[in-house]
Design a protein around this ligand. Structure first.
Ligand code: AHR
Length: 497
């Protein structure tokens, strides 16, 4: 397949919010417990209970924001159960995820410490489904009130004198489903009430996030936007890439067929249509684009690995996941006028994780490497880019085989991320850089690819799918001709020279 890509380097279309490269960690399976939190007495090296190896790996990819404690768990989480001496914390049943006993050892203080260690912003999901207005209001007071108040005193008694800074606060999660099975008009009223008591204390200004629709529920978006838009800063959407059917068999994470590859890639592209259509509804109520769209759950969802707890959502991660990540992140970049945050589900050991752990061992997944390669887009300017297939599209490949996005950083360097999701063929791509104030360019690049469609890293062989230097390009003035290997993600750095 051949492609011609025009990049108007002098035309920028807004800033790619660093939070598009955000993450999500839920009390689900081995994400929080084992993946992030091992406890102070663990032989696994840790800082106040948080494992050091995972933190170091996550710092490398510059995690900008972390959503917690759920997911579905958020709407059955009562934050006061997770503060105070750990030995005295209430135990509860995690009814959504495996019916496990939750000992609440990882609570507000532990999460805020994790964010401090990662150098990221916290994004807290409040409980609308089974919590009260008072409970939500008091959580914000506990976190952010500086002065004398019942919750500030409680926080001080628990060892934290200074309030934290918390910007991102979600008012409920999936309230159309696990968060209360509400109808949109009912949730809209609930949202209006709950958010009233999510207060700004001192100079801490909360950015309020309403629960948006499931996938293509445009009716939910319409009704919630209509009734609540003056009261929100952002609204979420959720979309998972599932090759099969949710309740009948989602498909395996490894050992899948060529058809399943194609279906997965096609479904990953669908998020472009979803964002476009939901944004069109938002435009009607918010033409100035004050309100952000937050894709606060996205990624692949496959059948769990054989022999693992079905409620733990543990799945392997292959070069196919890397392509889904690369395509999705390119799409989010291209919608930077509306998409202000995205949170891949989930950070460790659950769904499309960037890290998998087994006891003291840790591996980085192909998805991790995509986040590392793409971090150059964080806070950069989106550059006008047009990909044009050359020749006739093959009917067997109904989705574009090339995904591309370009940004310009503060130093004037261009970064071009390119995905070739074709199982069989290379992509020959001509990049025509226009509007540069220089006659030529210096190019370097990184590529991650595989000859095997389900190639993945294991605890025994952690380096099977890894980025390496990309050399398959030739430069003529401001034209770059690249040959993208099949099943590959590539990022080029282009310096005008
Ligand atoms: O990420 C797993 C689950 O998917 C979340 O808890 C829920 O919000 C969604 O349905």
């Amino acid at each position: 397949m051949k492609h011609y890509v025009v990049i108007n380097a002098d035309m920028t279309k807004g800033t790619i919010n660093r939070n598009v490269y955000g993450h999500f960690s839920e009390h689900l399976g081995r994400c929080v417990y084992e993946g992030l939190w091992v406890g102070e007495d663990s032989p696994i090296p840790n800082t106040s209970g948080i494992r050091n190896d995972v933190v170091e790996a996550l710092k490398e990819i510059r995690v900008p924001v972390l959503r917690w404690p759920g997911g579905c768990f958020a709407d059955e989480y009562h934050w006061k159960d997770g503060i105070g001496p750990r030995g005295q914390r209430k135990r509860m049943v995690n009814t959504h995820w495996g019916g496990m006993v939750e000992n609440n050892h990882f609570g507000t203080h532990e999460f805020m410490l994790l964010c401090e260690l990662l150098g990221c912003e916290p994004y807290i999901s409040g409980n609308v489904g089974s919590g009260t207005v008072q409970e939500m209001s008091e959580w914000v007071e506990y976190l952010t009130f500086d002065g004398e108040s019942p919750m500030a005193e409680l926080r001080k008694a628990n060892g934290r004198a200074e309030p934290w800074k918390v910007k991102y606060f979600g008012v409920g999660n999936e309230n159309w489903g696990c968060g209360g099975n509400m109808r949109p008009q009912y949730y809209a009223d609930q949202y209006r009430q709950y958010q009233t008591f999510v207060r700004n204390y001192g100079d801490n200004k909360i950015y309020k996030i309403a629960c948006g629709p499931n996938i293509d529920d445009y009716d939910w978006m319409e009704r919630v936007m209509k009734d609540t838009h003056p009261f929100m800063d952002a609204i979420s959407i959720h979309y998972y890439t599932i090759p099969g059917e949710f309740w009948k068999g989602k498909g395996a994470a490894t050992g899948f067929s060529e058809d399943e590859w194609a279906t997965t890639i096609r479904k990953a592209w669908f998020i472009d249509e979803l964002i476009t259509k939901h944004a069109a509804i938002m435009d009607r109520y918010d033409p100035s684009k004050r309100i952000g769209m937050i894709v606060d759950e996205w990624g692949t969802w496959f059948d769990v690995e054989v022999g693992t707890n079905p409620g733990f959502l543990y799945q392997q991660n292959t070069i196919r996941d890397a392509l889904v990540a690369g395509i999705s992140l390119n799409i989010f970049n291209e919608h930077c006028d509306r998409v202000v945050m995205a949170n891949i589900a989930q950070m460790v050991n659950v769904l499309q994780s960037v890290i998998l752990t087994e006891g003291e061992k840790m591996i980085l997944t192909p998805t991790y490497h995509v986040f590392n390669m793409y971090k150059v887009h964080q806070d950069a300017l989106l550059v006008d880019t047009h990909a044009l297939p050359v020749g006739i599209q093959n009917e067997d490949r109904p989705h574009p085989s090339l995904s591309v996005s370009t940004s310009k950083d503060a130093q004037g360097l261009l970064h071009i991320s390119l995905c070739n999701a074709d199982l069989l063929s290379e992509n020959e791509v001509t990049l025509d850089l226009r509007g540069l104030a220089a006659p030529g360019v210096l190019v370097t690049g990184t590529v991650m690819n595989s000859e095997i469609r389900d190639a993945h890293n294991t605890f025994e062989a952690p380096g099977v799918v890894m980025p390496s230097e990309f050399k398959a390009f030739a430069v003529e003035g401001t034209i770059i001709r690249v040959t993208l290997p099949r099943m590959s993600v590539t990022v080029l750095e282009v310096a005008p020279a």
